[in-house]
Design a protein around this ligand. Structure first.
Ligand code: PSU
Length: 307
């Protein structure tokens, strides 16, 4: 059954509403990367530059968040600034499980990849750019910690452009789950599955495509075949911004050890690790993260334009 659009707590910004009505390309952007993924004030710079990158690619950016119990699709700069400035501890990190509760109780929250896909789909937006998706955490055989992002990719028809899954994860297991759940993982312009801060994870990507038009065509074909779910496009970080695996791997290992010792669990794991790796790399991981998001925003804009 189609949800009753009039009853949805869904607000499109005037610019996004006009673009949707005119059939212009729109790219969804998430907000957890702003509130939980990067420190103030670089998070705000990043959010603004990513929107600019989408525009340069010929599409309209729609940053998505939940504010005071409404899904907001496209945030004016004042709201973007307010969200970026709020301490992470005061903003809910929303996924499929808690989106409805947050809306029903009038809360404010940042949307993860999973929640952003749900909201983008409600607004008819088919392409979404982020940094790196969540996946199977290392040690998941004991902790069962698997990001809801993977399940969402299997269910919701949105093409997500990411620089791979975050390298803090168990990448082989993440790829296995994506395969089991029928999610096409398409590497852009290379054979290797990228590893967020590094271009090559050492694992082959299941699929490869070399142009935005091909990726748009695959999304259309999937819809025609009636296959549910989205596509994951993995776009390697630009060479000049990457941190090679040999350099980042020991740092990730150390951060993971420290997280285990500190008893970090559940939703806190990813933000904690990103912050610790930022400290251990003296800020280099953040520069790389910003570069890869910008790169993904450009590609997502081109895919949206080709759709
Ligand atoms: N990409 C980034 N930084 C981030 C994220 C993505 O460069 O912080 C966020 C996304 O919102 C993603 C979340 O859904 O990290 C994954 O969190 P978890 O591992 O707890 O599912």
């Amino acid at each position: 059954m189609q949800p009753d659009q009039t009853a949805l707590p869904l607000d499109l910004s005037p610019e996004v509403a006009a673009a949707r009505a005119a059939g212009q390309p729109v790219v969804a952007l998430e907000s957890t990367i702003i509130t939980h993924g990067m420190p103030w004030p670089r998070n705000l710079d990043m959010a603004r530059s990513v929107e600019a990158a989408v525009r340069e690619a010929g599409a309209v950016p729609a940053t998505i968040a939940v504010m005071a119990g409404r899904i907001r699709i496209g945030l004016p700069d004042a709201d973007l600034t307010a969200l970026a400035q709020t301490p992470a501890a005061e903003v809910m990190k929303l996924s499929r499980a808690d989106l409805a509760v947050a809306l029903a109780s009038g809360r404010t929250g940042a949307t993860t990849v999973a929640a952003t896909m749900i909201c983008a789909n409600l607004a008819g937006i088919r392409v979404f750019a982020t940094g790196g998706i969540g996946g199977v955490h290392r040690g998941a055989e004991a902790s069962f910690d698997v990001s809801a992002d993977l399940e969402e990719l299997a269910r919701t028809p949105v093409t997500v452009v990411a620089a791979g899954a975050k390298a803090i994860l168990d990448l082989p297991k993440t790829l296995e789950v994506l395969e089991t759940r029928g999610v096409p993982v398409i590497a852009y312009g290379q054979n290797a599955f990228p590893a967020f801060w590094s271009r090559d994870s050492g694992l082959p990507a299941p699929l490869r495509m070399d142009s935005p038009a091909e990726i748009a065509g695959a999304a259309r074909m999937r819809a025609r075949l009636g296959i549910e779910g989205g596509q994951l496009v993995v776009n390697p970080i630009p060479p000049e911004a990457e941190i090679p695996r040999a350099e980042i791997d020991p740092i990730i290992a150390r951060a993971l050890r420290e997280a285990a010792e500190a008893g970090i669990a559940a939703k806190a794991v990813t933000p904690w690790l990103l912050q610790r790796i930022f400290e251990l790399t003296e800020g280099r991981s953040l520069e790389a993260n910003i570069a890869l998001v910008l790169n993904n925003a450009r590609l997502a804009g081109q895919i949206a334009a080709a759709m």
